[in-house]
Design a protein around this ligand. Structure first.
Ligand code: CMC
Length: 374
């Protein structure tokens, strides 16, 4: 019998306060610093959203200009980081490459320690901004080298989203594609105490360092129950093939007790608040690339899941096929999630350090009773 005080998976446990975002499953809402994520996705650049998460307020014009200059100025990868990536076999998952590259960037930073922590923001912010600026280069270059393509240098005349796509594909795609990509980044940027963010906070709480916290968060995000789901959705779509096969595929999968990736959520039980916004972006992509078959399959599986299990999709469900249409490799989807979420992770690291308590829960022992060596 489980002790009623034990909450497996910390389900329903409130571990701290946060001013960064709030998820309200009752009203199906997600607010970043008080703003509904749908409004931010409709009106703001990814840079403005990252600024909001870090500073607590949206930037004024001058603030934004200064912030953009800082971000654009450090997008390029140091030669040793590129060499470290080159040394990793392409059989490695891109999340392993990202995790390693972030670790190398951290090892390069001679001043990586948190220090006295009189002002956590001042210590963490420059490192957070550096990671935010450089993650696209890692993700883009890793996809390119897998196709035998060379590194594309960043362009400082482009915003974050356009530059990310430019560095991946060697050109800036049509505006509707850039916009759908921007929307996905805004939606992925932050989501309260999810597993990877909590991991980052646990690591920060030991007064380790930003890079260790972000590296750990990348490890947590990789799993298919968390960020790895967007990749797994695409694998399922490929397995199914077409809309007419969705029901039979689902019945088989459920009969063999498989979890259907991209469905369900620990907090939202009645639908993920981010899905309608991302689905709308997916629709624009379907139209742009003239791929109605993608939306047909999307809808068929969603409906079948609703009838069989009454479980609704989460953000990874529309974002998976959206990234596929944009031309990203399936294994690159979760690194894209990480590139966006580094904004939220680092905002949480700053918040954790601002009123730090070592995160160290208890366990109830259920092994053998005390015994002694013969
Ligand atoms: N497919 C099939 N059954 C499901 C699914 C699913 N995707 N999600 C929940 N269920 C069932 C589950 O089998 C269980 O049924 P029963 O009570 O009969 O055993 C019931 O619903 C409750 O599920 P649970 O796994 O105990 O709930 P949880 O809160 O621990 O799980 C979850 C949340 C996200 C881990 C789970 O829904 C899941 O594994 N989903 C698939 C992976 C996924 O899409 N993850 C992305 C999450 S959101 C974005 C992100 O963080 O990346």
């Amino acid at each position: 019998e489980q002790n009623p005080e034990i909450r497996k998976g910390l389900a329903g446990v409130v571990v701290d306060t946060t001013a960064i975002s709030s998820v309200n499953p009752e009203t199906n809402s997600l607010l970043y610093r008080g703003y509904p994520v749908q409004e931010l996705a409709a009106r703001c650049s990814f840079e403005e959203v990252a600024y909001l998460l870090w500073h607590g307020e949206l930037p004024g014009d001058d603030d934004l200009e200064a912030f953009e200059a800082l971000e654009r100025g450090q997008r390029d990868l140091a030669p040793n980081v590129r060499r470290a990536i080159d040394d990793i076999p392409t059989t490695a998952h891109p999340m392993d490459v990202l995790r390693t590259a972030v670790s190398v960037i951290g090892a390069d930073d001679a001043d990586s320690e948190f220090g006295a922590l009189a002002d956590p923001f001042a210590v963490v912010y420059p490192k957070a901004l550096r990671l935010l600026a450089q993650l696209p280069a890692i993700v883009a270059y890793d996809q390119r080298r897998r196709h035998g393509l060379p590194y594309v240098a960043p362009r400082d005349d482009l915003d974050y989203s356009s530059n990310f796509l430019h560095m991946t594909f060697g050109e800036v795609p049509d505006a509707v594609v850039v916009d759908a990509f921007r929307v996905s980044l805004v939606l992925y940027a932050e989501h309260s105490f999810n597993a990877s963010t909590f991991t980052a906070r646990v690591i920060a709480s030991t007064l380790s360092d930003v890079y260790s916290a972000v590296t750990g968060a990348i490890g947590a995000l990789k799993g298919p129950l968390h960020g790895g789901a967007n990749e797994a959705v695409m694998v399922a779509f490929e397995e199914i093939g077409s809309a007419d096969k969705a029901e039979a595929w689902l019945d088989d999968a459920l009969a063999s007790k498989r979890k259907i990736m991209g469905f369900g959520h620990r907090v939202y039980k009645n639908g993920d608040s981010r899905v309608p916004t991302m689905r709308a972006s997916l629709e624009t992509l379907v139209e742009h690339y003239d791929r109605p078959d993608v939306l047909d399959l999307y809808t068929a599986l969603e409906q079948a899941m609703e009838t069989r299990k009454g479980i609704k999709p989460n953000l990874d469900y529309p974002s998976g096929p959206a990234y596929n249409l944009m031309g990203f490799d399936t294994q690159t989807f979760t690194p894209l999630f990480a590139a966006a979420r580094v904004s939220g992770w680092t905002a949480h690291i700053i918040e954790q350090l601002s009123s730090n308590a070592l995160i160290r829960p208890l366990s109830q022992y259920n092994g053998p009773a005390e015994r002694h060596l013969a």
